[in-house]
Design a protein. Structure first.
Length: 185
């Protein structure tokens, strides 16, 4: 069972059909991270549309945190994050994707540079390969942890949530960027 903590999305103004088609065919970007700690396992995903501009609010993005309510290794959590992010990209009708993560093992297993010896790791790698067949173009890049801060923060935020045992409830966490009452009043 995976408990979804929150997936916040933004979209720009109303888009016409031409703009939506250009966005679907442009290069989408996704960062992923999985963590396992004393509070359990969780994942973070950050997806940006093709028209995202660095250091500015993108025309479309998704930031998601998930608490994994099952035992898993850190590598399994990384795979869970990658697969969840790929599923989000599919729902957004992305065709061309660029993926970034800090898990050298996951990325090198995917590329065939490392063997996936354990049956569970092979199953995860194969699941990723199956989903990637649905995209027209993709890249998967390993980045240093220092460059993986947003999705790492999302994963860590989810891991600190204390959930009741055997709960199947959905929990949402939203970020408010402005106070309800403005400073002018």
């Amino acid at each position: 069972m995976t408990l979804f903590l929150g997936c916040y999305g933004t979209t720009g103004q109303q888009k016409d059909f031409q703009h939506l088609q250009e966005e679907e065919e442009g290069l989408w970007t996704m960062d992923f991270d999985g963590v396992v700690g004393n509070d359990g396992a969780s994942i973070g995903i950050w997806v940006r549309s093709p028209f995202s501009t660095p250091n500015k609010v993108p025309s479309s993005m998704r930031v998601c945190s998930y608490k994994l309510a099952f035992e898993c290794s850190n590598n399994e959590a990384e795979y869970e994050a990658l697969i969840a992010g790929l599923k989000i990209l599919r729902k957004l009708n992305a065709k061309r994707i660029s993926i970034y993560g800090d898990s050298e093992l996951v990325i090198k297993q995917f590329r065939g540079e490392y063997q996936a010896k354990h049956p569970r790791m092979r199953a995860y790698r194969n699941a990723v390969l199956d989903i990637l067949k649905l995209f027209s173009e993709y890249t998967l890049t390993c980045v240093p942890r220092i460059q993986n801060t947003i999705d790492d923060t999302l994963a860590k935020a989810a891991s600190s949530l204390k959930i009741p045992t055997n709960s199947s409830n959905k929990f949402e966490i939203h970020v408010k960027h402005r106070p309800t009452i403005s400073d002018n009043q």
